[in-house]
Write a protein that binds this ligand. Structure first.
Ligand SMILES: Nc1ncnc2c1ncn2[C@@H]1O[C@H](COP(=O)(O)OP(=O)(O)OP(=O)(O)O)[C@@H](O)[C@H]1O
Length: 803
């Protein structure tokens, strides 16, 4: 919020700007000042009725307060623009105004001046609370208006607040009611109306909607309706836009009283600025990236905005262009960015003179970037209105600028026709093929080396296809005419990502066509048409839900839903003729239908029983294709088999108990067999290891360690005759019940064992019936591996000596 910022702006904050001495002086002079102000107000009021638009050229020709005049002068605004001349007078007279003027014609001042004057005349002060609310569709635009207000309102004593999403709500909460002028986005304002008990706008005097048609369209419909409900009905309302709404429904929603329609644009020959040079080129989809790259390389010293359909495309193009290093700054502005980042990018683009800004439509309305040379609409805008706003980012207020619209062959005819019908002068130009150079090979290499980048490219690819699919005007946007394979390759993708919703749509269409052939009568044709619609619906819904992209007919702020901007219907005039419109049931409706058809567990169970589906059954086959019967999972007992064949429902508890008892016997047998098998396997392993040891006898291992197992056994002294001792290796039979050689395990000389070893051997002898552990062998290894050659020799000598 900006009270914070606002306090930094000392001049604007009246009292805080002055030093204590000055404050004191002001305090003493206040009665005088107040009288002076009253006189000024009286004088101004008396002039309002005699305002004559024809006699106004400069701001000084209007009855404006001294404070406003000084602010305008300081900001170097002297001569009023057409919309300012025509609308300010009406607004000062207290009338509701509908203003429509070309982009960059100065509409911001056209509403800010009456706002300041209105509050000044009412001697509005901080204690009076909220006097004016200015609503804009995007955060950047709100920020821009706030900055202009700070400049031109620097002499007034009002406080102003910037209330936009992505900022600290708590901070704003306590300061909201101290703001006299609130500049906000619809979503955030409603949030305060709903959640902030300190927010009170019951005394509000003026409501301003900048980009009014956008604020009132379908996307913001619910939010705006809720906001309007909370506003006092006795107020002045000012609506401004380059593409003003004339919808009676919209105006009725705002309860305008006898509004004056100020629209210099209606009389103008064109609906775009005269200084704007507008061209279009037709390129194949797969050439778009090449075209953009070539364009940037050929305009390295210019300030360019490139509009794309979706955030994902902007993100990928930004990533890949940064890697390709075209030789100029590349920046990107889109809705999913963090608010601070968005502001930083906005300021960076304002500041720089040689830079390329990749953007979604979040930057298309109202933003007043200084000296933009080119606006490139790389993806076709959804209609002429969107075109006007995008192109209007250049050629602002007498400055020159150029706009280039990139169209696909399939888009050309219908789009050009629409533009011409909206009084937009646009010419077709061709690109010199010699100046086109493709970065595809490099892009492919980057994507091959960077998985994240590749995924980003895949997302961009799908986002574009979906955006085309979801566009309302099917005369312009035809997803079937897109060469998706070539497009994917042009993004650097070697493998074309799967487009599920499109495959489904095509499959359904194919089915319908076949059906149509087989059905000849009119009735069938009719039903077929219905089905075709529902197929499109199904695919559409799938497209909307794909990748967790939720389709919604706009929620609140542009900045919040811009991320899925390509999936949103953005304006109220976005109604598709009924016959063209795939009838997508509203999400609520879909949900409620789903609720009605809630499937219970019992129903699922019944279905499974009906279909004879055996749940959780896995059948395994051996190499010959015979079924491997797993006895652990089969009932073994006679009783069990009997039980299995019973088809009646219900469980007989007694029978089940007996069955468990019977099965338990089989389980125990199986368990014993398993234990035995395990022991056997352990012994087999130990034997193999033993043999390996014997093979190595006397040779030492690679590390030079000596195997002492060849040494004469020390035990013959007390062990009596033992044939095996002659073999030179002490062998102890650990297993009492096994006489097989394989069960004999090496045991090291007792004298050389450690305490731990002793413990182990003891425990192993204690558990002689569980002889599945062969630690003695390890001990021998451990023992020998610890001895140096000298030690081994010493021990050998000792032993030989003891014989
Ligand atoms: N009377 C004036 N004299 C000189 N410059 C002006 C005047 N009024 C506005 N401007 C300048 O013209 C530029 C465009 O003004 P502004 O942003 O208000 O246009 P806009 O009509 O609101 O455009 P958009 O339709 O794109 O929102 C700004 O840079 C502003 O400073």
């Amino acid at each position: 919020m900006s009270p914070q910022k606002f306090h930094k702006n000392k001049k604007y904050d009246g009292m805080s700007a002055n030093k204590s001495k000055k404050k004191f002086k002001q305090f003493r002079e206040q009665p005088k000042k107040s009288v002076k102000e009253d006189d000024e107000i009286k004088e101004l009021k008396s002039k309002y009725d005699s305002i004559d638009v024809k006699n106004i050229t400069f701001f000084k020709d209007l009855p404006l307060s001294q404070k406003t005049m000084v602010g305008l002068k300081k900001s170097r605004y002297f001569k009023a623009t057409e919309i300012q001349r025509e609308s300010i007078g009406c607004a000062l007279q207290g009338r509701d105004v509908l203003g429509a003027a070309a982009t960059g014609s100065g509409k911001t001042l056209a509403f800010l001046i009456p706002v300041m004057e209105n509050l000044f005349l009412k001697k509005w002060s901080r204690a009076d609370g909220v006097g004016c609310i200015i609503i804009t569709p995007t955060r950047e635009l709100a920020y821009q208006i706030f900055e202009v207000l700070k400049k031109v309102g620097c002499e007034h004593d009002f406080s102003a607040g910037l209330i936009i999403g992505g900022r600290n709500l708590k901070f704003e909460r306590s300061r909201m009611d101290q703001c006299n002028i609130i500049i906000c986005t619809p979503g955030r304002l409603l949030q305060h109306m709903d959640q902030n008990p300190l927010f009170n706008c019951s005394s509000m005097q003026i409501l301003v909607l900048d980009e009014a048609d956008r604020c009132l369209d379908m996307g913001f419909e619910e939010t705006m309706n809720a906001i309007i409900e909370n506003l006092p009905p006795e107020r002045q309302t000012l609506l401004f836009s380059a593409t003003q709404t004339k919808s009676v429904k919209d105006l009725a929603r705002l309860s305008l009283s006898d509004p004056v329609y100020v629209a210099p644009i209606e009389q103008a020959a064109h609906s775009t600025p005269d200084a704007l040079q507008q061209n279009y080129v037709v390129v194949e989809l797969e050439e778009k990236v090449t075209m953009l790259w070539s364009f940037i390389k050929n305009h390295l010293k210019q300030k360019i905005i490139v509009f794309l359909s979706s955030c994902k495309q902007v993100k990928y193009m930004y990533e890949i262009l940064c890697k390709l290093r075209p030789g100029t700054s590349i920046i990107a502005l889109y809705g999913t960015l963090h608010q601070d980042r968005r502001m930083a990018i906005y300021n960076e683009f304002c500041r720089k003179s040689k830079v390329v800004l990749l953007a979604t439509d979040v930057a298309s309305r109202g933003l007043d970037f200084p000296i933009v040379n080119w606006v490139i609409q790389l993806d076709c805008p959804e209609d002429a209105t969107a075109y006007i706003h995008r192109a209007g980012r250049t050629a602002r207020h007498k400055a020159k600028g150029e706009s280039l619209l990139v169209l696909l062959p399939s888009e050309e005819a219908a789009m050009v026709e629409e533009l011409k019908s909206r009084k937009i002068p646009i010419n077709k130009i061709a690109i010199d093929p010699k100046k086109m150079f493709t970065p595809r090979a490099k892009m492919e290499a980057f994507l091959a080396a960077n998985q994240e980048l590749k995924e980003s490219a895949q997302r961009a690819f799908l986002a574009y296809i979906k955006s085309v699919f979801l566009m309302k005007n099917k005369k312009i946007f035809n997803v079937d005419k897109l060469d998706t394979d070539a497009y994917a390759r042009s993004l650097g993708l070697v493998v074309v990502p799967r487009i599920r919703f499109l495959a489904k749509l095509r499959k359904n269409r194919e089915k319908n066509r076949e059906k149509q052939l087989s059905q000849n009568n009119d009735k069938c044709e009719e039903s077929d048409a219905d089905e075709s619609d529902s197929d499109i619906n199904a695919s559409r819904v799938e497209a909307e839900n794909d990748d967790n992209l939720n389709f919604h007919v706009h929620s609140s702020d542009d900045e919040d839903n811009d991320d899925n901007g390509f999936l949103t219907i953005k304006r109220s005039d976005h109604e598709i003729p009924i016959d063209q419109l795939p009838k997508v049931p509203p999400i609520e409706e879909v949900k409620s239908k789903a609720k009605v058809k809630t499937v219970t567990k019992a129903a699922i169970a019944k279905r499974v029983v009906k279909r004879n589906i055996v749940a959780n059954k896995k059948v395994q086959y051996d190499d010959d294709g015979c079924v491997i019967v797993d006895t652990a999972k089969e009932l073994q007992s006679e009783l069990g088999k009997e039980y299995e064949n019973v088809t009646e429902g219900g469980i007989d508890i007694e029978k089940a108990k007996n069955l468990l008892r019977e099965e338990d016997k089989f389980d125990k047998i199986r368990f014993r067999q398993m234990v035995k098998a395990k022991h056997k396997e352990a012994k087999r392993k130990s034997k193999v290891e033993n043999e390996e040891q014997v093979d190595d006898f006397g040779s030492g291992d690679e590390s030079g360690e000596i195997d002492l197992s060849w040494l004469p056994d020390y035990r013959p002294l007390d062990a009596g005759s033992d044939d095996e001792s002659n073999s030179g290796t002490r062998q102890v039979v650990n297993s009492s019940d096994e006489s097989d050689d394989s069960d004999k395990i090496h045991k090291p000389p007792k004298r050389l064992t450690t305490k731990e070893d002793d413990d182990c051997s003891e425990s192993s002898s204690d558990n002689s019936d569980l002889d599945d552990e062969p630690p003695p062998l390890k001990k021998t290894k451990k023992l020998t591996s610890k001895l140096s050659i000298d030690e081994a020799e010493k021990i050998a000598m000792q032993l030989l000596g003891s014989r």
